[in-house]
Ligand binder design. Structure first.
Ligand code: ADP
Ligand code: ADP
Ligand code: MG
Length: 501
């Protein structure tokens, strides 16, 4: 087993990985950019190494700097988290060349699955239905004409290397096609350094359902059940749950079998997620892509199975066999996750930056908060606006939705604007509560992104909080605690992370 692991990430996922490493008796080493020098992921690590620079390109995306940091501190493995370099085959390759284990799939796995067009070939060879698409193409190509003639509109232009909902455009009419292909290509080039695009049939009102898989180095592959992630904004997940209210046992088993077939077909090692679109009317499902990494929403699977996915990732990467068998996987109860973003749902989701004047997470039975921030911290413009994930478990779906609603109502955040009011509105929505929703939920319900009040009370609360922050001895500091509960102590703050000089 490893004794020291460098975590090549930041925010809530780095904090969460540090926690598992400590439980396993492994020393976590953090890396950090200039704006992150006081961040929670640094404080919760045993040691840390500064990466000069501010932007992601200069720091968390810089392969030579990160590999050098791992060498300098004597780490025997690197965990990439999600995002950043987690699906970059060159990074996995560079770790291998430096004799540092990569906690994740092989570079070959990432290479084959990182490309949405190539990964469909793997699924097709494994006998799994895929969303019909064209090969990679340019505006005006014969393939474009053939695709449009055969399948018509609406269609989706997609980036071959896409992720996080970027580089994707719906096209409803022929005259919009060329422009959208060019725009998607430009967006993909900027985001992923790869401007290749292709066309895909647009499935109207599908549900996004994915299956978690785990495989060891000798080909033993199991699934860990599904997660439904249909509550999305601009093709990005906001709320996820498991089990999916859309699945009956037979359909669930077919999707699980399909996920295992894709993983085996890819010769996949470690944790991965096979994503499908389900047409709820026909009951047909289609392979969308396979994500060769830990997923943001992995905590749901942990909640219903009572296991630690990062621990299994580390064990597999260190060469241990996967001792879990398929019959060990018996999910219990229901779990739901809300992604808490520093963005204003009532002003077109503009990112919000500044000092987190008040951040008092709720506590109670069945609650887990994976957070990358603490009260008083400055949230910068440099990185992803996701602050934390709130994960709730209960024996039944209706109870877990109620626990989530209550927890969100007891979560005062001041100084920054967050999407918590939107999350609450969705939790309270009849369609969501009945499980009758799909990926266009927010489009059907535009009213949900319109505030019910004037926003005046919010401005007053923010102003009072700012004042209280600068006058800590004043009684005004307690006058802003609307709907507050006792602050839950964060064990990681006293965990005594020591930074390298
Ligand atoms: P999917 O790729 O299916 O949308 P996720 O929602 O888990 O799956 O992640 C979307 C993409 O954006 C992934 O590449 C993920 O690694 C990245 N990502 C999502 N949220 C964050 C975040 N808060 N910080 C960094 N990267 C993120
Ligand atoms: P990413 O790599 O950005 O996660 P995906 O291919 O996984 O991209 O798609 C993300 C989301 O976009 C899906 O969950 C779904 O809501 C929507 N989407 C993708 N492809 C299609 C499609 N062919 N038809 C309808 N919706 C789609
Ligand atoms: Mg996806």
């Amino acid at each position: 087993m490893f004794s020291k692991v460098l975590v090549a990430n930041r925010g809530e996922i780095a904090v969460r990985i540090n926690q598992t490493l400590r439980v396993m008796g492994i020393d976590p080493v953090a890396v950090y950019s200039e704006p992150d020098s006081g961040a929670l992921h640094v404080k919760t690590a045993e040691r840390s190494v500064a990466l000069p620079g501010k932007t992601a390109e200069e720091t968390y995306l810089n392969i030579p700097k990160i590999v050098q940091a791992a060498r300098d501190c004597g780490a025997d493995a690197i965990h990439p988290g999600y995002g950043f370099l987690s699906e970059n085959p060159e990074f996995a390759q560079a770790c291998g060349e430096a004799q540092i284990a990569f906690i994740g799939p092989t570079a070959e796995n990432m290479d084959a699955l990182g490309d949405k067009v190539r990964s469909k070939d793997i699924a097709l060879r494994a006998g799994v239905p895929v969303v019909t698409s064209s090969p990679v193409c340019l505006p005006g190509d014969r393939e474009v004409e053939e695709f449009v003639e055969r399948w018509g509109f609406p269609l989706l232009v997609k980036a071959a290397s896409g992720g996080g909902g970027r580089g994707m455009r719906v096209v409803n009419q022929l005259h919009e096609l060329d422009t959208n292909m060019k725009l998607a290509s430009r967006e993909a080039q900027a985001a992923f350094g790869d401007g290749r695009v292709f066309l895909e049939r647009y499935i109207t009102n599908p549900r996004h359902i994915e299956v978690q898989v785990l495989a060891d180095g000798s080909g033993h592959t199991i699934h860990l059940g599904e997660r439904e992630c249909s509550i999305q904004r601009r093709h990005q997940k906001i709320i996820e749950e498991t089990p999916s209210p859309a699945l009956v046992p037979e359909l669930r088993h077919s999707m699980e079998d399909a996920a295992i077939a894709v993983a085996r077909g890819a010769g996949y090692v470690n944790a991965g997620t096979v994503e499908f679109l389900l047409d709820p009317h026909s009951g047909e499902f289609y392979f969308l892509e396979m994500n060769a990494r830990l997923q943001v929403e992995h905590g749901l699977t942990e909640a219903v199975l009572g296991l630690d996915m990062v621990e299994w990732q580390v064990r597999i990467a260190s060469g241990e066999p996967l001792i879990l068998q398929q019959y060990d996987i018996q999910p219990r109860g229901h779990a739901v996750e809300c992604r808490i973003y520093a963005e204003d749902p009532y002003r077109d989701f503009t990112p919000s930056t500044g000092r987190l004047l008040r951040w008092r997470p709720p506590s109670g039975p069945g609650l887990r908060l994976d957070s990358g921030v603490v009260e008083g911290e400055e949230v910068s413009i440099y990185y992803d606006p996701m602050l934390a994930k709130l994960i709730v478990w209960a024996p039944r779906r209706d109870l877990s939705l109620r626990r989530m609603e209550l927890a969100l109502s007891q979560f005062p955040v001041l100084g920054l604007i967050t999407n918590i009011p939107l999350l609450r509105a969705i939790m309270g929505h009849g369609q969501f509560q009945r499980g009758e929703y799909d990926t266009s939920f927010l489009e059907w319900n535009p009213a949900i992104t319109v505030p019910s009040g004037t926003g005046e009370s919010r401005s007053i609360a923010q102003a009072l909080a700012a004042w209280a922050w600068h006058h800590p001895a004043s009684p005004a500091s307690s006058s802003v605690a609307v709907g507050d509960n006792q602050p839950s102590s964060n064990p990681w703050l006293s965990a005594g992370g020591q930074r390298l000089p």
